[in-house]
Design a protein around this ligand. Sequence first.
Ligand SMILES: *Cc1c(COP(=O)(O)O)cnc(C)c1O
Length: 356
Amino acid sequence: MNIEITKTTAPKAVPADESTLGFGRLFADHMFLMNHKNGEWGDPRIVPYENLSLSPACMALHYSQTIFEGLKAYRNQTTGGIQLFRPQENFARLNKSARRMVIPEVPEDFAISALKELIKLDEHWVPHGDGASLYIRPFIFACDPFLGVRPGAEYIFAIITSPSGPYYATGLNPVGIYVEEKYVRAVKGGPGFAKAGGNYAASLAGQIEAQKLGLAQVLWLDGIERKYIEEVGAMNIFFVINGEILTPEPQGSVLEGITRKSVLELCRKWDMKVTERPITIQEIADAYKSGALSEVFGTGTAAVISPVGLLKWGGMDMQINDNKIGEISARLYDTLTGIQYGKIDDDMNWVMSIDN
Ligand SMILES: *Cc1c(COP(=O)(O)O)cnc(C)c1O
């Protein structure tokens, strides 16, 4: 498929001070669009970033048949080139989400080449500073106007991009996390493993509870017994107990992060003891009391590694590692960001240049 390109006639100014970018509020000049009609994808195009025109009966607005991905374009600090981190994984996961939500799959290699075209056109929107990036948001939604509950007959696949400042503007400060015991995020058999819009709407009430306590994020427990640990808002979770790296084994209700997968691969390469299995919150509390719990960290594209300094479960406040980043968390952060920003050798073959 040939991508038709329409360049903007009114380019926006790129903010000179990258520290003011923040996250997700500013968008680059162009976007990619493609439509699914009569059973096939067609009309792939790059156009100026602008509002979409949708019917108020657009199906996704009513029944949330919508999925998304999140990845970043990084400026290689050694060569100045632009690179992506494991984008094949994101588009494979987009299609996994699509299958669960009865959304037509997109051709993965084509989507990656479209993304590269888009970034080449908006190259000057990729920030230069270490830690800053161009956040990339691919998404697909049912767009035909209809009020009955059925899969959409038409879809839009879009990619928009947003320049973002460094996630850790003031250094890697540990966050406080609230263990949610009332609301649940997902259950086995549900769409928890998919990056599907409705999952995030359903998580907001728990997020508000955490904020009321001055805590940054929610740790979700399993939907049936409120006993097993699942994940954090938009991050997977890891624990270090007696030197062993532990993370919940995904059983369909956890979003399987690409950062999570990369952390597991690195730890195995480093010959660390790594275990994926069901983990109870009680077990974490016991390990904390005995002094065996040395590190807790979240993993996700936005933060990469987010050290957890406080875990609040009911009346119990677990203060982790004196509210400082742990040794393993720091090593993982330095390695992952080192590869993403071209500061260390990519011996895992994770990086893809936008130029080839
Ligand atoms: C996106 C996301 C993650 C992290 O996935 P990455 O691929 O590492 O960015 C974890 N949990 C949820 C719920 C998510 O939406």
